[in-house]
Design a protein around this ligand. Structure first.
Ligand SMILES: [Zn+2]
Length: 687
């Protein structure tokens, strides 16, 4: 079905809520979910490197062969199980071609059989993004045409240590490569009998390293023709024949990493094309895997929300591929804790992204109790437990989790507030809109306010939120604006920051401000502009009742102190993750816009951060993490919990790995916790 036909089948307006590329996904069947991880995941390894790669990479220990064997030995696998893990992670395929890797793939078949025999599930590593050409071309000479090539025709490579030039990136628009990858997936499922496929390096290189192979150049033009009618192409480009449109090119005078605001329609569409081809390739692979075994879990390694412009830099729009996965990795370095200069660093954004799409996040936590506590609080399971031997901290938290698992099973995040991460706003104006989203999230995190992160498609149904935050959501489509307006009129709260709804989804300046009538004091925006203004004209704070709802407008979330210099591609890395100077003003306005008591309110010392979850009609759990636990326990925390269905409190209990057992408090909706060392769960049972 062509996209145009599909569009006409949708209810009016529903289509425009999605980023354009989502149509392919929306028009196909859903990928079935595996159920065996419904009650959480405790995954540990086993190295993911085959010996062949360790040797080819160089720099190994002289006993590397012995080490390789020990990672799949019965002793290691048994020890992983004894430490409380439930899934054994091991290597399967690294990118040398199946012929070269077969002996070690057979090692994995044997190790997996043993793991299964003692009751573990098996998680196998498959390299998504590597062709080690020296062996691969020997096995499959046609593979020379499967390589990603830059505009000059040179192979595009991975970047480890700047010296792995034997690792070409394959093109994901190339069906021959995808068909080859399916053979590996089949081996994983039918021979190794894997329960879980980890696809590593799920990303693309940043410009100028984008693929200009014939599959991509022709694919881009076809993508434009499928996406738009002749008339729409004319509206988009000024002409309708796109047969000569090329992917963007760069040179010394035009460095891509310096581009600030992305207004060129062809570059915008090229970003969309790259994001879509990654999602489409994964969809093919996931559908194929599920046709062999519906209970196989699909996992990818793309990073989470780290402050980068991932659509532009890496061809990744999480909203398109997380519906295909149940687990994903983030290898971001952001170890949680309070920094010397007072910044609170966390991976909370990435965990929230995972929860929005019903995924589990895997990340490195095992050497730090705050990190493991953050994971249990925001991920609701252990996820990645580490490599054998597991750390003492991890064993302590696994034991706590397994003893209290019923508190984590089937929970959903409980929050009144939703923060929008608008694709077009952030992708096309990263320095301003990403920073604003980061600061809004930071203010909520540090005030221990539970919140959801939502994306464009979620604007179609805002009924479950009481306040929606638009952090410089500049680019909103007509249906999105309509939905926000309807939400407020029906009684919702809006907290709008900076510039909101001033542009459409292609970042064309609206003649009438998109939220006119809701926000009266927004300064006018500019149309064509090449660089970000350092000093923007600010409007006035505004509080206004509209229909049954309330609108709070804050002209800007102010960075506290001098803004760090942006590096390449304007990454808003954790140097920017600072409590905004006017956070109080923002939070007060948010409170006012909510127009009523919150479902969960935490009042306590600084650096105590909260997440709330519920098992509907049974229990509400408030998870508290002391991000400054290296310094001192947090004392005297006050909690208020309201049941949305009006039930009474039957009991209140505290659980912590730092307590010998659960502690019962007096059953009341408001209660005090004397002390939180690192991690505490307050569980309120409803009558
Ligand atoms: Zn290509």
């Amino acid at each position: 079905m062509k996209r145009r036909d599909f569009l006409e089948l949708l209810p009016a307006g529903a289509a425009a809520f999605r980023t354009p590329g989502l149509f392919a996904a929306a028009s196909e069947d859903k990928i079935p979910r595996a159920h065996w991880i419904d009650n959480g995941l405790i995954d540990a390894g086993g190295s993911h490197e085959p010996y062949l790669f360790v040797v080819r990479r160089g720099g190994q220990r002289l006993d590397a062969r012995k080490e390789y064997e020990s990672h799949q030995s019965e002793k290691t696998i048994r020890a992983i199980k004894d430490a409380g893990a439930e899934v054994f992670h091991t290597h399967l395929y690294k990118g040398f071609g199946m012929a070269a890797e077969m002996p070690e793939m057979q090692d994995t078949v044997r190790a997996a059989a043993f793991a299964h025999s003692i009751g573990l599930k098996v998680d196998t590593y498959i390299q998504w993004n590597t062709m080690m050409y020296e062996t691969f071309f020997a096995e499959e000479p046609r593979a020379k045409d499967w390589v990603q090539r830059d505009a000059a025709g040179r192979p595009i490579m991975l970047t480890y240590g700047f010296q792995q030039s034997y690792r070409y990136r394959p093109c994901f628009k190339n069906q021959d490569y995808l068909d080859y990858l399916k053979k590996i997936v089949r081996f994983a499922i039918q021979d190794a009998r894997t329960d879980f496929i980890h696809f590593d390096n799920f990303d693309l290189n940043a410009e100028p390293d984008s693929c200009h192979c014939p599959w991509c150049v022709n694919g881009f033009r076809t993508h434009l023709k499928n996406k738009y009618t002749l008339e729409e192409r004319k509206e988009r480009f000024g002409f309708s024949n796109v047969d000569y449109v090329n992917p963007p090119e760069w040179n010394a005078q035009n460095p891509p990493a310096k581009m600030q605001i992305i207004f060129d329609p062809a570059i915008q569409e090229w970003i969309d094309f790259r994001c879509q081809l990654m999602a489409d390739a994964l969809r093919q692979m996931a559908s194929y895997a599920k046709s062999l075994n519906r209970e196989v879990v699909i996992e990818v390694n793309p990073h989470g929300i780290t402050g980068g412009n991932r659509a532009w830099e890496a061809g990744l729009d999480h909203t398109r591929f997380l519906p295909l996965t149940q687990v994903f990795w983030t290898e971001e370095p952001n170890l949680p804790g309070v920094q010397q200069d007072g910044r609170v660093v966390s991976k909370i954004r990435s965990y929230k992204l995972a929860r929005t799409f019903n995924n589990i996040l895997l990340t490195y936590t095992d050497r730090d109790e705050v990190a493991i506590a953050e994971c249990l609080a925001f991920n609701q399971t252990i996820g990645w437990a580490g490599i054998y031997p597991l750390t003492e901290a991890m064993r302590k938290y696994i034991a706590f989790y397994r003893a209290n698992r019923r508190l984590f099973d089937g929970t959903r995040d409980l929050a009144d507030v939703a923060v929008l991460r608008s694709y077009a706003s952030i992708t096309y104006n990263q320095p301003r809109c990403q920073l604003s989203a980061i600061l809004a999230e930071q203010a909520l995190i540090e005030a221990a306010v539970p919140f959801h992160i939502i994306f464009d498609q979620h604007l179609a149904d805002l009924a479950k939120y009481r306040v929606v935050v638009l952090p410089d959501s500049e680019c909103l489509s007509d249906p999105q604006l309509h939905s926000i307006r309807a939400f407020v009129e029906r009684g919702g709260g809006l907290a709008a920051v900076g510039s909101c709804g001033l542009y459409d989804q292609w970042r064309r300046l609206r003649v009438t401000q998109g939220l006119a009538g809701l926000i009266d004091a927004q300064p006018a925006a500019r149309a064509y502009e090449e660089s970000v203004q350092r000093h923007i004209q600010e409007g006035q704070e505004q509080r206004k009742a509209v229909g049954h709802g309330r609108v709070f407008y804050l002209p800007a979330l102010r960075f506290d102190g001098p803004l760090p210099e942006f590096g390449a591609n304007f990454r808003v890395d954790n140097r920017f993750w600072k409590h905004p100077a006017n956070a109080r003003q923002f939070l007060d306005g948010l409170d006012w816009a909510r127009n009523g008591e919150p479902s969960v309110h935490v009042e306590g010392p600084q650096h105590l951060i909260a997440n709330a979850v519920e098992q509907p009609s049974r229990r509400t759990m408030v998870h508290l993490v002391n991000y400054n636990s290296r310094e001192a326990p947090r004392k005297d925390v006050r909690l208020d919990c309201r049941n949305p269905r009006g039930s009474n409190v039957a009991s209140v209990s505290l659980y912590s790995p730092d307590l010998p057992g659960p502690v019962k408090l007096e059953a009341a909706p408001t209660f005090r916790i004397p002390e939180v060392k690192t991690y505490m769960i307050a569980a309120v049972e409803w009558a």
